[in-house]
Each structure stands twice: as structure tokens, then as C-alpha cells.
Design a protein around this ligand. Structure first.
Ligand code: AMP
Length: 146
């Protein structure tokens, strides 16, 4: 197996994120790779477009602060340096690809839920990251039923 030098782990800050980060950390430790942690905030304007003439900047700032604190907590628990923590704004798969290209990472680690029916047809962020990635992608199975 080729060695990885730089890895990105993308988390949605849900409770599944610990399992995803632990897996990425295990691989990074084994390979001696640098590990970066990424969370993407989707702008509220994406959801509401121009249909509702509202100023979302206050709420958006609050979401940004909360997400930054939560990402810091995940990173600190797993010994990831502050300069390897990235909060990005946009569409998750697009921003994750852009950061991976910028950092020239060789592996992106994401979580993946087993999906059925309509949810499977609609796809997922993990799917979106896989398609169009310029490097390896590892989907860590999360949310397993016991
Ligand atoms: P989903 O397809 O939305 O169930 O998300 C599956 C995985 O995609 C998560 O475990 C994360 O690895 C990644 N992901 C989803 N949303 C985000 C986000 N906003 N920022 C970073 N990664 C995300």
C-alpha cells in the first residue's frame, strides 16, 4: 500500500464524527501523515435563495462561531493542530474537493450511512465527495444498527 503524506477528514459535527476522525487518525498515525480536519457550513442563502428578502448575517455568524468551537473540540480531542482545522463556507463536496486539491492530499476520509430507497437515489455527501475527487476516498460506515 502506498503511504499517505497528507489526509483530510471531513466531519458534519454529528455524533458519528468521532468514529470518522478516529479512523482517519489511525491511518494518519500508521502512515506518519499530516491530518487536516474540515467542516463545511452551507450558507443559509443557499437554502432560501433570493425568495425571502431577509438578512441572515447575524444567524450565519452565530452558526460559524458554534461550528468553529465544535470543530476545535473534535480536533483537540484528537491532537489535531489549530492550523490543520478548516471551517469552509459553501457546498460540502465542492469545498472538500477544493481543500483537498489545495493541500494536495492523497486521501479524504468521510462517514457514510447505509441508505435505502429514496435516500439512496438522492445520493449523499459521501457520494458527492467520491465522485470528482482527485485522490483516494475512504467512506467509514457510521450509524450501524446494533
Ligand atoms: P451525509 O451524506 O450527509 O450523511 O454525510 C456523510 C458524511 O459526509 C459525513 O460523515 C461527513 O464525513 C461528510 N459531511 C457531510 N456534511 C458535511 C459538512 N457540512 N462538512 C464536512 N463534511 C460533511
Amino acid at each position: 500500500m502506498s503511504q499517505y503524506h497528507r489526509i483530510i477528514v471531513a466531519i458534519d459535527l454529528s455524533e458519528d464524527s468521532s468514529a470518522v476522525v478516529e479512523r482517519a487518525l489511525g491511518i494518519a498515525t500508521q502512515s506518519g501523515a499530516e491530518l487536516h480536519i474540515v467542516h463545511v457550513i452551507e450558507p443559509l442563502s443557499f437554502a432560501y435563495g433570493g425568495d425571502i428578502p431577509m438578512d441572515f448575517s447575524g444567524i450565519q455568524e452565530e452558526i460559524h462561531q458554534q461550528a468553529t468551537q465544535q470543530l476545535q473540540r473534535f480536533a483537540q480531542t484528537n491532537g489535531i493542530d489549530a492550523d490543520h482545522q478548516h471551517i469552509l463556507l459553501g457546498k460540502p463536496e465542492v469545498e472538500i474537493h477544493a481543500k483537498a486539491d489545495e493541500l494536495q492530499t492523497e486521501l479524504i476520509v468521510v462517514g457514510s450511512h447505509g441508505r435505502y430507497g429514496l435516500a439512496l437515489l438522492m445520493g449523499s455527501t459521501a457520494n458527492g465527495v467520491l465522485h470528482g475527487a482527485n485522490c483516494d476516498v475512504l467512506a467509514v460506515r457510521v450509524g450501524k444498527k446494533k
